[in-house]
Design a protein around this ligand. Structure first.
Ligand code: R5P
Length: 291
């Protein structure tokens, strides 16, 4: 039982100080409930408003991707530098220590392998299991213009409904099939559809005129890294994306396939969180690589 308040100190209700009620820092996210906002604030740094998400979920359709043959060996050293880890529940349970404090964005769609039609995905994780693993968001691939477009849109909207019930943000990934052109017109179309249908975060590719994509998308956009580029070019892409309205990166191969992955993720952090220019970030990369 709590003891009675015997303090002799005079009570102070700070009556002259109005209670603060500040808008949530993240674009388009002010209307969510507390739990959803708290999860988003674990992914996006509330100070910079940005995130460095480390993507290593590639195995869910392409098996042991180059650089991910042994996630325990190659990814573990990078974990302290990532705000969020994007992975599958298989890797989370089998490889990642439960003591890590990074937020987790868990792949929640899947089905076909690289040997089949990739857009034929279904929901691959139950919301209850995502909650059990204490993740901060679930991620779903949506193939706008793809063969199974409607099915993948339906995967996302079902996850959004379940996510709203439990305060779980859904990250919608605009998956681009081989036959589709990656340009601002297509990426704007796909990103906007995902946001309109309830995605709390959209992950898409950086394209020329990217500011049109971010302007037309009412929720935060993070960019995928895509195929491995020379480090300086990858840093330039991150810089351009942030300057044109992206809220962060969800980068995989350009980090874990780098010659110096720890140096590279450190340089990416500088670009994303510290507003550092490409020259300085690349010099940091080279310094760290040569240490
Ligand atoms: C691909 O489907 C995976 O979901 C990756 O998370 C995504 O492509 C980002 O990784 P990367 O930077 O290697 O493109």
């Amino acid at each position: 039982m709590a003891e009675a308040d015997y303090s002799k100190k005079e009570k102070n209700y700070h009556t002259g100080i109005p209670q603060k009620s500040e808008a949530f820092f993240l674009k388009g996210s002010n209307a969510y409930d507390w739990g959803m906002k708290n999860r988003l604030a674990r992914i996006f740094n509330p100070k910079s408003g940005k995130t460095v998400m480390l993507a290593f979920d590639h195995g869910y359709f392409q098996g042991p991707t180059t650089g991910l043959e042994r996630v325990d060996v190659t990814i573990r050293p990078l974990i302290p530098y990532a705000d969020a880890l994007m992975l599958t529940r298989g890797i989370l349970r089998s490889v990642i220590e439960p003591s890590v404090t990074n937020s987790v964005v868990m792949r929640a769609s899947g089905g076909p392998s690289v040997l089949k039609e990739l857009s034929n995905e279904h929901i691959a994780v139950d919301m209850e299991d995502a909650l059990r693993m204490n993740v901060s968001a679930v991620a779903v691939q949506v193939f706008i213009g793809g063969e199974f477009e409607t099915q993948t849109v339906n995967n996302m909207t079902r996850l959004v409904d379940m996510g709203m019930r439990y305060g779980m943000p859904v990250l919608g990934v605009t998956a681009v099939g081989k036959e589709l052109t990656r340009d601002a017109r297509y990426i704007s179309l796909a990103s906007r559809i995902l946001a309109e249908l309830g995605a709390s975060i959209v992950k898409t590719y950086f394209v020329p005129d990217f500011e049109q994509v971010t302007a037309a998308c009412p929720v935060p956009i993070v960019i995928a890294g895509g195929k491995k580029l020379p480090e300086r070019e990858a840093l330039q892409m991150a810089r351009d994306a942030i300057d044109q309205g992206a809220s962060g990166v969800d980068m995989g191969r350009n980090i874990f396939q780098s010659d110096a992955p720890v140096a590279m993720i450190g340089a990416v952090r500088k670009v994303v969180h510290e507003k550092v220019g490409v020259k300085e970030a690349y010099e940091y990369y080279l310094d760290m690589k040569n240490k």
